[in-house]
Design a protein around this ligand. Structure first.
Ligand code: SAM
Ligand code: SF4
Ligand code: SF4
Length: 356
């Protein structure tokens, strides 16, 4: 890629803040919009308008842009997708990102299907942490939810993580009424067996989640009520954190998390933004437009120019998408977020394009 500007050694360590004083600290990097599952809450259709291959950022471009973000304060990077492990040679990307000393934490979120075969290379490349999405322990349910019969591969993936040398495994579960609300305890018990902390995510009405309705959301309150009926008193874990999950402790010390994006949004501390596989930068999961960093990069803008775009865009950031969606409940009601026609015109609006 001849037009990419070279990186100067001049380091600018300032942490940039947005209009509400939120720092730019965490970057979610999507490496592909494609996926080998079709989770109903994320990709309800079988076919999509995919991002054209020639628009996908090369690893060099991802590393270059990530470097600019780290000069504005980013120190945590999460590799995601679509299914990130469908992209060839993700361990090489991890190794390249590890060259940047400003990055303190590199994690991946994966559906686990291809994890067992890549986990050792990911560990050896220097990946810090793994999160696997797991919504059910029941093969038939998994098949109905994801339209694929690969739960056994996911278990294999999960069980390979500790063996490869990783600690701090997380299992992310989208909790939905009438779907997996009877599996909260079994999921925590499974998490214990594999040394993983389970995090329950409230079902969100983002992107292509067209089947979303408030009745399907299993709220933080519902989750805590259900778990305390089984386990007894549940205490919140007191900690300073901008992480999306609020953590709780069971009487025996087991911890778990709840990401209450729908019923108790946490936009006021949100330090995350998202880079799509084709270089669009989104300041919020609900943002309907983003900044085309690929265009700037491939049109030969200098490092300083792109860095100053990132800085000024973040400084003007006012996004608080989940809070605004919640406010709608009190006003006109919370209808469909994005029409299907609009989703078909702009694949970036889909959750699988912006990485969850
Ligand atoms: N394919 C990978 C996976 O599933 O782990 C990474 C990308 S996926 C978009 C990232 C996360 O977004 C997953 O944990 C998934 O469960 C979550 N997600 C997708 N759609 C969601 C929705 N409508 N509400 C809440 N979480 C959702
Ligand atoms: Fe499921 Fe993740 Fe694929 Fe979406 S991107 S369909 S959440 S596996
Ligand atoms: Fe951050 Fe937007 Fe999610 Fe709020 S809705 S926590 S601002 S990404």
């Amino acid at each position: 890629m001849s037009s990419m500007p070279s990186l100067s050694n001049r380091s600018e360590e300032a942490v940039v803040q947005d209009v509400w004083g939120r720092s730019l600290k965490a970057l979610r990097v999507s490496v592909t919009d494609r996926c080998n599952l079709r989770c109903q809450y994320c990709m309800p259709e079988e076919e999509y308008v995919w991002l054209p291959r020639e628009t996908l950022l090369t690893f060099e471009e991802i590393v270059f842009l990530t470097d600019l973000f780290t000069r504005q304060g980013v120190d945590k990077v999460r590799i995601t997708g679509g299914e990130p492990l469908l992209r060839k040679n993700v361990p090489a990307l991890v190794a390249m990102l590890r060259q940047n000393p400003r990055i303190l934490d590199i994690a991946i979120t994966t559906n686990g299907v291809l994890l067992a075969e890549q986990v050792q290379d990911l560990f050896d490349a220097g990946l810090h942490r793994v999160t696997v999405s797991l919504d059910t322990l029941k093969p038939e349910r998994f098949k109905a939810l994801t339209r694929r019969d690969t739960l056994a591969k996911v278990f294999e993936g999960i069980e390979s993580v500790g063996k490869a040398g990783f600690t701090g495994l997380k299992l992310d579960t989208v909790a939905m009424k009438g779907y997996n609300d009877d599996e909260l305890v079994p999921l925590i018990e499974y998490g214990r067996q594999v040394n993983a902390e389970v995090r329950f995510i409230e079902y969100m009405d983002v992107g292509g989640a067209n089947e979303w309705s408030p009745e399907k959301v299993l709220s933080r309150k519902d989750i805590l009520t259900s778990l305390s009926q089984h386990y007894g008193v549940i205490e919140p874990v007191v900690e300073e954190s901008t992480a999306p999950a609020q953590r709780f402790r069971l009487p025996d010390g087991t911890t778990f998390g709840i990401i209450s994006s729908t019923t108790v949004p946490f936009c006021s501390t949100c330090d995350r933004s998202r880079l799509t596989a084709d270089g669009m930068w989104y300041l919020c999961l609900y943002a309907k437009s983003g900044v085309d960093l690929r265009k700037h990069l491939r049109s030969g803008r200098s490092q300083e120019e792109i860095q100053s775009i990132i800085q000024s865009v973040w400084q003007a950031r006012k996004d608080r998408g989940a809070e605004e969606r919640k406010e709608l409940e009190r006003q006109s009601g919370r209808g469909r977020y994005i029409d299907i026609d609009r989703l078909r015109q702009d694949p970036h609006l889909e959750m699988h394009a912006r990485g969850g």
